[in-house]
Design a protein around this ligand. Structure first.
Ligand SMILES: *Cc1c(COP(=O)(O)O)cnc(C)c1O
Length: 239
């Protein structure tokens, strides 16, 4: 029902609805709506549609596969403003690190010291400072990537020592629930880790949390970046 609803609406309507909902959720929580950025998740979405979204003001794009992102970035080169940023939001395999560092403005899925060191080494070779988020695994689901909560601080310490990584915050993907309220403890959990980390001297301004089904709850719990696909582009069609 909801999916069909989103598909039938236009991109412009979808985006303005989402901005409105972001605004309301922020205000409910006593927050300034401008603290919450919208990352449009474009996996499976064609470059033409992505370009349309960019023309409507979208500036942050999230992709979860390096190869798919590469094709779109190359296709759109020269056709979109320089201010558009591409974020890697999927699990990053070690053998894709070089490509990822070459392509992405931010890698949101750093979840191990090995991956962090590899990104740092490649970034150093390319003369780049790579902005990253640490992906935290707050649920027991075996399929989800992310660093376990009892290892987060060790990973943050590790990253602190890596000169070519710029740690900007944390990201999480809670399990899917029909009722978004059930995701609240996970969002709160991520915020608590951020607060604890800040006590320990880390600066972690970004909290990337909240998707189509639960972004308003995530904003109430402190999200600074919601990652939204379906509510903007409609239901994804996998080939
Ligand atoms: C696909 C995806 C999203 C967006 O999901 P929707 O429910 O379509 O909004 C957000 N974050 C990650 C990591 C994703 O893979």
């Amino acid at each position: 029902m909801t999916e069909i609803f989103y598909q039938e609406m236009s991109l412009l309507e979808n985006l303005s609805n989402i901005h409105k909902r972001i605004c309301h959720a922020a205000m409910r929580a006593g927050r300034d709506p401008s603290e919450v950025k919208l990352l449009a998740v474009t996996k499976t979405i064609s470059p033409d549609i992505i370009k349309e979204a960019i023309e409507l003001g979208v500036r942050l794009i999230g992709e979860n596969r390096v190869q798919e992102a590469r094709e779109k970035i190359e296709f759109l080169r020269g056709q979109i403003p320089d201010t558009v940023q591409w974020h890697m939001i999927g699990h990053l395999q070690k053998n894709k690190v070089r490509a990822a560092v070459g392509l992405f403005d931010m890698i949101q899925s750093v979840d191990s010291p090995e991956l962090a060191r590899r990104i740092d080494r490649v970034a150093s070779e390319m003369g780049k400072i790579q902005p990253v988020l640490v992906q935290v695994k707050l649920s027991e689901e075996v399929t989800k990537h992310g660093v376990e909560t009892d290892r987060v601080f060790d990973l943050l310490e590790e990253i602190r020592g890596l000169k070519n990584l710029e740690l900007q915050g944390l990201m999480t993907i809670p399990p899917f629930f029909e009722d978004p309220e059930k995701a609240r403890p996970y969002f709160r959990g991520l915020r608590e880790i951020k607060e604890e980390a800040e006590v320990r001297g880390f600066s972690l301004p970004e909290l990337s949390m909240g998707m189509t089904g639960d972004f308003e709850v995530a904003i109430e719990e402190g999200s600074t970046m919601v990652r939204i696909g379906t509510a903007i582009f409609g239901r994804r069609h996998y080939r």
